[in-house]
Design a protein around this ligand. Structure first.
Ligand SMILES: NC(=O)c1ccc[n+]([C@@H]2O[C@H](COP(=O)([O-])OP(=O)(O)OC[C@H]3O[C@@H](n4cnc5c(N)ncnc54)[C@H](OP(=O)(O)O)[C@@H]3O)[C@@H](O)[C@H]2O)c1
Length: 282
């Protein structure tokens, strides 16, 4: 299959580029063209004429989005609309990567694909509008929502914890009142490969690892696996004031995988163990 990956130099894009080698791939990033430039996007997409575009490019720094709303809108909303419009013009399928931040995080149960969105942050709002733009301009779109992502090279929570452990900071205060599904880029790539075999699936599909943890529990498992004696000290969100509020509940329920008889994602503890086996230095 001819596949274009946007954001190919980013954390997920790098893993996808490595894992989809059996396809005819074109990985693109900001140094090839800016997704906010509609003419450049159309020209690049029509020249390569992909069958599928996996759209990873985004403004992903949550706090920067909060303080630079215009840039976040331009990249996450207009940029995604440009990609979707270009996909439609060449008849390509769009797999647009999105996030748990489209939900409010106020629910007391995991969010499934049919739950109503309601973001509390600029990042979440722009990603939600990006989802809507994807479907509007390219009806043949699958919206893949992921969360709490880590992958080779980072940056991610795993890499931050590894660095702090190396610096010998212990005990280390880690937030224990936010819950989510730690998810590896490898597990996401495996399941995107499965989704490529199901072109009939459109709309939102959640792809997070099974099981859940708080950041503090996630940190404890990271320290255990890297053999660090760093002690995570549970603390509350209010002790870490940040420009953008973090969702209390980021858990996603992968209902659509089940509905389409696609195997479940691996448990987060297994995925994390495999990550360290393959990437001992992160
Ligand atoms: N990381 C997470 O925890 C997480 C969680 C849930 C969902 N997601 C979603 O997953 C996707 C991939 O995330 P990631 O962590 O791999 O992101 P990332 O590492 O930040 O990669 C995004 C890439 O997009 C590029 N980019 C930014 N603006 C662009 C523009 N205007 N034109 C072209 N390229 C542009 C970035 O270049 P620069 O680096 O030069 O800006 C970067 O290489 C994103 O859609 C994100 O919203 C991520």
């Amino acid at each position: 299959m001819k596949i274009m990956i946007t954001g190919a130099h980013g954390m997920l894009g790098r893993t996808l580029t490595r894992r989809l080698k059996e396809h005819e791939l074109l990985g693109v990033d900001i140094d090839h063209f800016d997704i906010t430039n509609p003419n450049a996007v159309r020209e690049a997409v029509s020249r390569f004429s992909p069958e599928t575009v996996i759209h990873c490019a985004a403004m992903t720094a949550v706090d920067d989005c909060q303080t630079n709303e215009d840039a976040a809108w331009d990249v996450n909303v207009n940029g995604t609309a440009n990609i979707a419009d270009a996909c439609e013009s060449v008849g390509a399928k769009l797999i647009a990567i999105s996030t748990d931040y489209v939900f409010s995080g106020d629910s007391d149960r995991p969010y499934n694909e049919l739950d109503t969105t309601g973001p509390h942050t600029v990042y979440g709002m722009t990603k939600m509008l990006g989802e809507m733009a994807a479907v509007k301009y390219c009806p043949n779109s699958t919206i893949v929502r992921i969360a709490w992502l880590y992958g080779p090279g980072g940056p991610s929570f795993v890499h931050t914890m590894m660095r702090l452990a190396k610096e010998g900071i212990s005990p280390l205060k880690v937030v224990d009142d936010q819950i989510g599904n730690p998810t590896s880029t490898e597990a996401v790539a495996d399941h995107i490969k499965l989704l490529l075999k199901h072109p009939e699936i459109t709309g939102p599909v959640h792809l997070t690892c099974e099981g859940h943890a708080t950041w503090c529990q996630f940190a404890a498992e990271i320290f255990r696996l890297i053999g660090s004696d760093c002690v995570p000290l549970p603390c509350s969100t209010s002790e870490f004031q940040r420009p953008a509020p973090r969702p209390a509940n980021s858990q996603l329920d992968n209902t659509m995988l089940n509905k389409h008889n696609i195997p479940p994602m691996p448990h987060w503890r297994r995925a994390l163990e495999e990550f360290f086996q393959e990437n001992p230095n992160g």
